[in-house]
Design a binder for this molecule. Structure first.
Ligand SMILES: [Fe+2]
Length: 339
């Protein structure tokens, strides 16, 4: 197992790089924009291929590295389904799994600090974002924060994990790097309360100043920028309605880039070929599935929201597959059309 806790001293943010071994797929949690060069260097040094970049929530104190990592590595960007950030190409929900080669993270919805806050479990540890910090908890006074929801997330979800579970938060300002669930239950001053009301009263008394970066970071993190707009400008995008008109046309191959779990949860387009986005480079390469298919058919990619498929169109076009296009807005737009 490769596990790296990386620190941005300006914002006090911890980011986590995870992979099963050298040469394998990698995932990063809560990357910081200013540190992206460092992450890329480390990925190269460890011979890792970044396939997923995950934010635990919409950050108010730093600009996310999700957009830059997407642009430089073509990775999938992941957040919870409640998020309003545009950069996200895959949305996860409570109880799902977040998988890369050899590593599977559990997904827990832990709202309270924000309404899009998630925690992720992995074997002996949990990444708690700003929900549970070491001897502290994330503030709940902006970004749709809710101290009672946070009480529920902490007491009824995170503290139900085994006592020895290692706690890796998104921030620390004192120099602590890791704690455990048992230690936090016993010694975290915010958790020495008997009810949600008592916790809400404690949080209401904090009166914290707004983060220095808040006015810059929140809007920047919500509008990182779509890949889809560039692809549409090149004429490689179809509306969901136009795509629907091509159903049953034997000259067109619908290519579903989503993961198995997304197909099971949201539904499929009948007759679509499943070619998950992480396998794209192999599939569009020489002798690959899509390279072969493109000799007789027009490739019509789609994913959940159109971001992965936009990147896939670019990759396919770069590989010489000139017929490649995608459904703007993805399966989400397709489904809205049907309803
Ligand atoms: Fe936060």
């Amino acid at each position: 197992m490769i596990f790296r806790q990386l620190f941005d001293s300006t914002s006090g943010t911890y980011s986590y790089l995870i992979a099963s071994r050298r040469g394998a797929e990698a995932l990063i949690i809560d990357p910081v924009l200013e540190k992206v060069d460092r992450y890329i260097q480390l990925l190269n040094e460890l011979d890792l291929r970044l396939v997923k970049a995950v934010d635990t929530h919409l950050h108010a104190d730093h600009i996310t590295g999700l957009g830059a990592l997407r642009d430089r590595t073509k990775c999938i960007t992941v957040m919870g389904e409640e998020t309003k950030a545009d950069v996200v190409s895959m949305r996860v929900a409570d109880g799902e799994k977040l998988d890369i080669e050899g590593v599977s993270l559990g997904v827990i919805y832990t709202p309270g600090h924000t309404d899009d806050s998630y925690s992720f479990t992995m074997a002996d540890r949990v990444f708690t974002g700003d929900t549970l910090l070491i001897r502290g908890t994330g503030r709940t006074d902006f970004q749709n924060g809710d101290s009672r929801a946070q009480y529920d997330s902490i007491f009824n979800r995170l503290l139900k994990l085994p006592d020895q579970t290692l706690v890796f938060p998104a921030h620390d300002y004192k120099g602590d790097t890791v704690s455990t669930i048992g230690e936090e239950r016993a010694f975290n001053p915010r958790l020495q309360v008997k009810s949600a009301d008592e916790y809400a009263a404690l949080m209401a008394r904090l009166n914290l100043p707004n983060p220095k970066m808040m006015d810059v970071a929140v809007p920047a993190n919500m509008r990182v920028g779509f890949v889809q707009e560039e692809i549409a400008a090149r004429g490689w995008a179809l509306s969901a309605a136009d795509a629907k008109a091509l159903m049953g046309d034997t000259r067109v191959a619908f290519i579903d880039l989503r993961e198995k779990s997304e197909r099971e949860r949201h539904g499929e387009i009948a007759g679509a070929i499943h070619a998950p986005y992480p396998d794209l480079q192999d599939n569009v390469g020489k002798g690959g599935l899509l390279q072969v298919l493109a000799t007789s058919k027009r490739l019509l990619f789609f994913c959940a929201y159109g971001e992965r498929s936009a990147m896939a169109v670019q990759a396919a076009q770069d590989a010489g597959l000139a017929s490649a296009c995608h459904i703007q807005g993805g399966y989400d737009a397709w489904r809205k059309l049907a309803s």
